[in-house]
Design a protein around this ligand. Structure first.
Ligand SMILES: C[S@@+](CC[C@H](N)C(=O)[O-])C[C@H]1O[C@@H](n2cnc3c(N)ncnc32)[C@H](O)[C@@H]1O
Length: 464
């Protein structure tokens, strides 16, 4: 049926059209076609017949984007949204929907099916590789998951709206939506009641809430100049008074990029500026602005998957690249023992300092701060038994893949949180003679489109 975008209920700038949705694409959108043009649609499911409000469709655009506003024929996998505030069918406008729960209207098992389809499609398209050939069995639940997939985020970042309220950004927008409650976060986050505090003067509120420990509330000024820091300081005092001893409060006063870059100056307001995490009896200090896995089960789930994939053994030499606070390095150090070695490489200063402390009692671990691609240049010819890499969402990229391939590890364990950059890097490794031999995927971001993969790459056997 041919339909032209039509004005809908007086909102002439946001036309609504009827579409039959096709497959899921990377980013959690469904692909549909309208008069030959591709439309990427949020909040739907494959096969559904829906009415879609287009987002600023230009006649010259090669594709359009839109949001489901009404479901005419529903998928059998559609359920009541787990977070009513993020339900596109209840919202007045897409600008009123906080981002970060774009699969919340689908049952959990089906969310995992869609994630497996995206991973397969990315590997086929970017690496010309069919993961079924190595027995890829779909996306697994994390260890210790709740049936409803809620309350898993131990790290949650909020914005602050003009009225000084706790807020989250709408997806693909700068619009801030007041967010007094966040059901994907562990319960300790809502329990702080920061929606009752005037946060004027702050630009960001990052809450880290490890299990069994008081949370740390990290506050970032709305503007980084001296006046902005003063305003933020007053807000930080209000937060500290409100939470009392239930949480620590710190102010990040100088930023470069994100807090995880660790380049900021962390000022203690109350309590302490760091957290203690523990995994399988290993204790980790994590500085306020440092990296730690987000899902409460992620550190254990991923550590176990990495050890099972790489099988590090006594006496072996391993490298842990993009090592964060040393999560995998610690477990590798235990596996290789004092007669083995682990090179642990992390770029962010605060997180690197954490790794140094966390690996202090492991003389077999060498903790180096620097960019992976640079540090590995100095390791040429070392030929480690294994390398673990866990890069940020953008992946390792050409230079780091080349540097890893140059040291010729026997096996590579690649941990990734992005299907597209992972598939691109698999293709780069293939160009250097490494092939994918194992692949597991974990649903460490329930109700979002994200997933985590743990893969093994090995040098292809050369035919004699
Ligand atoms: C996804 S985290 C992984 C951390 C760790 N494996 C864990 O599970 O806790 C990626 C880490 O890589 C660091 N990083 C990003 N780019 C880097 C680079 N080019 N060289 C070294 N480290 C980098 C970040 O600071 C961050 O700590």
């Amino acid at each position: 049926m041919t339909q032209h975008p039509t004005a809908d209920q007086g909102t002439s700038h946001t036309p609504v059209i009827e579409l039959r949705l096709g497959n899921v694409a990377n980013g959690g959108v469904m692909v549909a076609r309208h008069e030959g043009r591709v439309v990427f649609v949020r909040h739907g499911a494959p096969g559904e017949l829906v009415r879609v409000r287009l987002t600023e469709p230009g006649q010259g655009d090669s594709f359009w984007r839109g949001d489901v506003v009404e479901v005419l024929e529903a998928s059998e996998h559609r359920v009541a949204h787990v977070w009513p505030a993020a339900d596109a069918l209840l919202a007045k406008s897409p600008e009123d929907i906080p981002g970060g729960a774009e699969f919340g209207h689908l049952d959990l098992a089906y969310q995992r099916e869609l994630k497996a389809q995206v991973l397969t499609e990315q590997l086929e398209r970017l690496a010309k590789f069919d993961p079924a050939t190595i027995g890829f069995a779909g996306v697994e639940a994390p260890e210790e998951e709740r049936e409803d997939g809620l309350h898993w985020r131990t790290r949650t970042a909020f914005g602050v709206d003009r009225a000084g309220r706790l807020a989250m950004r709408a997806a693909r927008s700068h619009h801030l939506v007041p967010t007094p409650s966040m059901p994907l976060a562990v319960e300790a986050v809502d329990a702080l009641g920061l929606d009752q505090v005037d946060l004027t003067g702050l630009g960001r509120v990052e809450i880290s809430a490890p299990q069994g420990q008081p949370p740390l509330v990290l506050l970032v000024p709305a503007t980084p100049d001296a006046a902005g820091v003063k305003w933020a300081g007053a807000a930080a005092n209000r937060v500290a008074r409100h939470v009392g001893e239930a949480a620590s409060v710190a102010l990040l006063t100088q930023e470069s990029g994100t807090a995880a870059d660790g380049a900021g100056a962390l000022r203690r307001v109350s309590g302490r500026t760091w957290l203690r995490e523990s995994v399988d009896g290993h204790e980790f200090r994590v500085t306020g602005e440092g990296f730690w896995q987000v899902h409460r089960s992620a550190p254990a789930t991923l550590s176990h998957a990495v050890l099972a994939a790489g099988e590090p053994a006594e006496d072996e030499a391993w490298a842990d690249l993009y090592a964060g606070a040393g999560l995998f390095s610690s477990l590798l150090a235990q596996s290789v023992g004092v007669t083995g070695s682990v090179l642990s490489v992390e770029g962010a200063p605060g997180t690197h300092a954490d790794a140094r402390r966390n690996l202090h009692a492991s003389p077999q671990a060498r903790v180096v701060r620097g960019r992976v691609e640079r540090v590995l240049l100095e390791e040429a010819g070392t030929r480690p038994d294994g390398v673990v890499l866990d890069p940020p969402r953008s992946g390792a990229g050409k230079a780091a893949v080349a540097a890893i391939a140059d040291v010729e590890p026997e096996r590579i364990v690649y941990v990734s949180c992005d299907a597209a950059s992972f598939a691109r890097d698999v293709a780069l490794f293939a160009g250097r003679g490494y092939e994918l031999t194992q692949l597991r995927a974990f649903d460490l971001y329930p109700h979002t489109h994200h997933l985590e993969t743990v893969a093994v790459l090995r040098k292809k056997a050369v035919a004699s």
